[in-house]
Design a protein around this ligand. Sequence first.
Ligand code: SAM
Ligand code: SF4
Ligand code: FES
Length: 329
Amino acid sequence: MSLNKKDIIEILKSSDDELFRKADEVRKEYKGDFVHLRGLIEFTNICRCNCFYCGLRAENKELERYRLSEDEILNCVKNAVNMGYKTVVLQGGEDKYYTRDKICNLIEKIKNYDVAVTLSIGERSFEDYKAFKASGADRYLLRIETTDKELYKQLHPNMDFEHRKKCLYELKELGYETGTGCIVGLPNQSIEALADDILFFKELDADMVGVGPLIPHPNTPLANAKKDNFNLALRVMAVIRLILKDINIPATTAMETLHPNGRIIALKSGANVVMPNMTDTKYRAKYEIYPDKICINESPDKCAICIKSKIESIGRKISTSKGFRKDNY
Ligand code: SAM
Ligand code: SF4
Ligand code: FES
């Protein structure tokens, strides 16, 4: 479907539920009924950045910081494999402790378990990205967050929109399956800006796009921002499915945090991926990007049972493949 900016704005402004049915149809045609599970390992909450919305921001002094040891990370990987997950996602703040060599070493060890490795560790140099790829990393997640340059500047002190964009193009060039995405509901974010975000994902030819509703965190400058961002985030996600038909789209944790059945609703509105949390229960509460995050007191096995049964309850199947963009089983 060839939607221009004007069409996208119109769809986002409308309240017509037909959008979700159409997105679900496209998902079924291009991705089938399989849902890919990616085991999420939140391996460090230490971050040098100060993104205005995020609870991990360096200036949040209330947060107790942690960093998993290599053994702890590899234990999470082993558990993920035992639960049948075919991908692990290493996600964390921009933590300088993790040098190029440390990350490469970790990737090489994880690759012994025959899983796809996704990294989500922020902006790094081209040389770092190249070395991670050579060590076996398959995918990289780096949300652009917003393509409104003025808004980007306001919300990201000492960061640069053009640099983040450059990172995404470098990741593509290096052959990563490249994931990006945006936050929906940022203060002063217009519908036009969200349409531009969607067109940016198309221009990049993103392989994965994650859309998260903003959930205001009390210890951040956006503490008083509005919280009712679920419906608009779902609409943005569904439009992305209409335009980038064969990509992987996660039903995000933030959606479930704002709506008790958020991930299932997302899976019925264009999404085909879920990222169950693999982090040990003792660290979960400390990876507090936003408040009231789901599964804080659960264990990885409890989440695995829970999410599998939810997915099967709507007639969808758990994929047994690594779930690359080209895979539809
Ligand atoms: N540090 C890496 C980065 O920023 O790319 C990865 C970890 S970061 C915690 C992962 C994502 O969390 C960000 O891309 C951002 O979109 C999301 N996030 C942070 N704070 C949020 C909030 N308050 N509400 C919704 N999403 C949020
Ligand atoms: Fe750090 Fe990522 Fe949070 Fe920004 S969004 S403060 S880079 S963890
Ligand atoms: Fe964690 Fe349901 S996915 S308890």
